[in-house]
Design a protein around this ligand. Sequence first.
Ligand SMILES: O=C(O)CCC(=O)C(=O)O
Length: 253
Amino acid sequence: MMANSVELYRRDGFVFPISVLSAEAAAATASIVDRLAEDCGVQPIRLPFPHRYFRWAYDLAVHPALLDVVEQITGPNILVWGTLILSKPAGSRSTVPWHQDSAYSRFLDGACALSAWIALTPATSESGCMRVIPGAPIERLPFSTEKETNDMLARGIRVTADFDQDRAVDLELRPGEASLHEISVIHGSNANRSDLPRTGFIVRYTTPAMRQPENPVYCVRGTPGAIHCERPPEAEAGDLAAYKDYLRSPASR
Ligand SMILES: O=C(O)CCC(=O)C(=O)O
């Protein structure tokens, strides 16, 4: 990312596309995700925190192509506090309502925080790519938590304040490309009208300025300051049984 792109991020709250994986590596990861979802009996696919259980997911979250860009925004000390896979099958009516990530991550208050959205399949307007409302950081807007039938967000968070939806920008990405968005950016996505699944791997980055959350945090570059961090899963690790237990637990909802 050029210096200019960091300026655009600061002005608009997002930047894209960033090349992370080859098309082949993205397709291979999409297959791993499909198998994992099948093994876990999850459809449409919403898989929280895979980086805590599977080394492939941890490695994707800390991919140097992403961290090199994130570092220009956060500074040298980078923590990962979350990952999430959201996949809409071909023709799926699932949507993500307009929301701000700041609505459900209050422990980040004050810390520089952003999310990466990595496309594992084509993310297009037709397939229901992520859409953002451009703008510099804003305060947390009023929101409701009423979950509707096709809503993919676990807690049904939806901005209730007025904003100009006509300004929305579609973040179209090829498989292996990523976007970054700042924690207060209003974003969401429409149904998948295409004949391919739309699969995104999301990573939540912040800095040691955060408050210690309940969930494990990983220091992926630099030093963690006062934040207690976990060790990454062992190389090649994949603990399906533990992950299934986690998905069954209230903590995953
Ligand atoms: O995958 C989507 O459509 C939305 C993702 C999202 O809300 C996020 O990355 O914070």
